[in-house]
Design a protein around this ligand. Structure first.
Ligand code: GAL
Length: 662
């Protein structure tokens, strides 16, 4: 593993030299430097300009672009162009396209028009990536490589093409070895779904009614593995030819369609693309939230992803694409409040980002993204985010040398996030309107952040020993190894509904949920019920908790903290292990979490609505996305005016204030 060449906070931008006359490149590069940018990502969609149908490569222009950018003092991230194979290439492959659930081919004319399981395409990718890596691998201007672009964007993980189904049959063969083992594991005796050969297995779509959850889970695992395999081809080539450079991929927001922890194992840095207002209007936040945070994004959306992706590559993460103004792809695309481009940048740095890179340099006057803003207008004049980019660079310069090598502090609180667990819940989702598994995790996260806590979001194989409070909102698949590790922790451990409620093949464990986690706490889930959107239940005890969406009946010798009207218990505790057998609403989660923090010895600083804080190194940051100003010294005892590095004592809407902790 390598590390970024200088451990400073850096800002950057995504640039497409192939979109602009070569005579413009030097001026663009100089202008980037004038905004304080020092990283530039290029190349990720340029295949049609890099190779022609006769196999001839055209890399000279790219070399001139790299040289020009480097000469201006920019460090380059070179993207591999495999998200956009050109028309001549795809026309050579009858089977390359993905097929959707309805059997429609997802053809040429935009991007991501390939199926991960179509193996001949891997060879094309290997060819172009080898050519790029050999030519530019040791170029001094190149600090990192980005593989492909946003795996899964435009709903492209699950494909039902012939190649995907053949790949799935092969995957099943390897995993189960003999067909009876698969039939048993999946429970195929039900409805006479038993197979006599792996070749009989199709995709779990297009049936008369619901397909077997085991089948869907296996199909998802196979698709997720196919992404990892696809990426690995490129990473191995790059590593062979480009020593000392980071290899990274840009993940997305609110996106759980493949196992990002598994992919990250062979990357150096997890990066992600942050479009807070796009996520707000696209991803169904409630209407009040949408109104309140229309121009800022919700207080925890960006932070959640920073913490999630920081946990993917041992702490190293970047924001590869940052929204600068209105985007083009959400249902509606408001402009951010002035100051938000700066706030989002500092929020990323506060959560540990090494690099924050805006998307894109200059608004494109042609093709699909004309409505997407950049740092420059399409005519090359500066747009509003440019001055905020300049301001961020000026503010970075105010940090002293040791602060520039800031490490991210380990938080006291960990949330375990499990992609397979999320998928298992999605597959057996009772009611999408009242209960979304990812939103459930985000609610738990939000409650932590409302209490002023720093949070690490980690995978279930992460080191957990140093955390005081460990929250497990989506550990759905029974994992005896994890249960054993948890049983040795000296921490407050909180299990949520559906914990260990399924085996790897989606069967209910023989011992009933929470299966192996019962070694931590004496509870047995004997019934689960789901509630319609407006329905709530109240559990009364020392405090009242309001429950939405999901409730479990528990059999236990333990005395619950509260009881529902029908006598069933809520919230069981054994030692420092808690089982929360229902989904509390937002205020109830907050109250609950506060008491858990008290037990765990984690100090809380309750935040006013829309205000958040984060520590990095010896610095503390405060952010405000509410519509009122707040005095920093009223909120934080230690925030003396003479310790402020930048920002104001009065934290205005879209404000950022940073101070040195005592
Ligand atoms: C990202 C993508 C970019 C661009 C951007 C627009 O999803 O990686 O290429 O399309 O969205 O917001």
């Amino acid at each position: 593993m390598t590390s970024i060449e200088s451990q400073t906070l850096r800002t950057g931008v995504c640039y497409y030299p192939e979109h602009w006359p070569e005579s413009r490149w030097a001026e663009d590069a100089a202008h980037m430097r004038r905004l304080g940018l020092s990283v530039v990502r290029i190349g990720e969609f340029a295949w049609s300009r890099l190779e022609s149908p006769d196999g001839e490569l055209h890399l000279d222009w790219l070399e001139r672009a790299i040289d020009t950018l480097q000469a201006a003092g920019l460090s380059i991230v070179l993207g591999t162009p495999t998200a956009t194979p050109p028309a001549w290439l795809v026309n050579r492959h009858a089977g390359i396209y993905a097929v959707d659930e309805q059997g429609r081919t997802r053809g040429f004319g935009s991007r991501r028009h390939y199926c991960f399981s179509y193996l001949p395409y891997h060879a094309d990718c290997a060819r172009i990536v080898t050519a790029l890596a050999k030519r530019f691998g040791k170029h001094p201007g190149i600090i990192a490589w980005q593989t492909d672009n946003e795996y899964g964007c435009h709903d492209t993980i699950l494909s039902y093409s012939e190649a995907a189904i053949a790949g799935f049959q092969q995957w099943c063969r390897q995993r189960y070895t003999d067909i009876d083992a698969l039939n048993t594991a999946w429970g195929n005796v039900f409805w006479s779904m038993e197979y006599t050969d792996f070749d009989e297995i199709g995709a779990p779509v297009g049936a008369v009614t619901e397909t077997n959850p085991a089948h869907r889970m296996a199909y998802w695992r196979c698709a997720s593995d196919a992404v990892v395999t696809f990426d690995r081809v490129q990473v191995d080539i790059i590593r062979a030819h480009s020593p000392g450079r980071d290899v990274l991929h840009n993940f997305m927001g609110n996106f759980v369609e493949f196992d990002h922890h598994a992919l990250s194992r062979h990357l150096d840095v997890a990066t992600w693309d942050n479009y807070p207002l796009g996520f707000l209007t696209r991803d169904g936040e409630d209407p009040d939230e949408q109104r309140r945070y229309l121009r800022t994004g919700t207080p925890d959306s960006s932070a959640f992803h920073h913490d999630l992706y920081r946990g993917c590559c041992g702490g190293r993460f970047w924001v590869m694409e940052q929204q600068p103004g209105p985007v083009n792809w959400a249902p509606y695309n408001p402009a951010p409040l002035d100051g938000m481009a700066r706030l989002w940048a500092w929020e990323a740095f506060a959560h540990g980002a090494e690099v924050l890179s805006w998307f894109r340099w200059r608004q494109a006057p042609f093709a699909q993204e004309q409505m997407h803003t950049g740092l420059l207008l399409s005519n090359g004049e500066e747009d509003t985010a440019a001055s905020e980019a300049r301001q961020v660079a000026d503010e970075i310069a105010k940090l002293d040398a040791s602060e520039l090598r800031l490490t991210t502090n380990r938080a006291q609180v960990a949330i375990l996030f499990d992609y397979a667990g999320d998928r298992a819940q999605r597959i057996q989702q009772p009611d999408g309107r009242t209960y979304d598994p990812l939103q459930h995790v985000q609610q738990v996260y939000r409650a932590c952040r409302e209490l002023g806590l720093d949070v690490d979001i980690v995978s279930s194989d992460a080191e957990l020993d140093l955390y005081s409070l460990v929250l497990l909102p989506n550990i759905t698949i029974d994992d005896p190894v994890l249960a054993e590790r948890l049983s040795h922790l000296d921490a407050t451990i909180v299990l949520f509904p559906r914990s260990a409620s399924r085996g790897v093949d989606m069967a209910i464990p023989d011992s009933l949920p929470p299966a192996s986690l019962r070694k931590l706490i004496d509870v047995t889930v004997i019934r689960s019920e789901t509630l319609p959107p407006e329905e709530t239940l109240v559990a009364r005890g020392a405090v009242a908790s309001t429950i939405t969406a999901w409730r479990e009946r528990i059999r236990s010798e333990l005395t619950p903290a509260g009881r529902f009207e029908d006598g069933w218990g809520f919230h069981y505790t054994q030692g420092r292990v808690h089982y929360i057998n229902a989904i509390p609403d937002r205020p109830s989660i907050r109250v609950l979490l506060k008491s858990l923090c008290a037990e765990a010895g984690v100090a809380v600083t309750p935040m006013p609505e829309g205000v958040r804080t984060r520590r990095r190194g010896g610095l503390r940051f405060a952010f405000n996305v509410s519509d009122t100003s707040h005095s920093i010294s009223d909120l934080f005892e230690e925030a003396a005016a003479d310790r402020i590095v930048f920002g104001e004592e009065q934290l205005a809407p879209a404000g950022v204030t940073v101070w040195r902790e005592a």
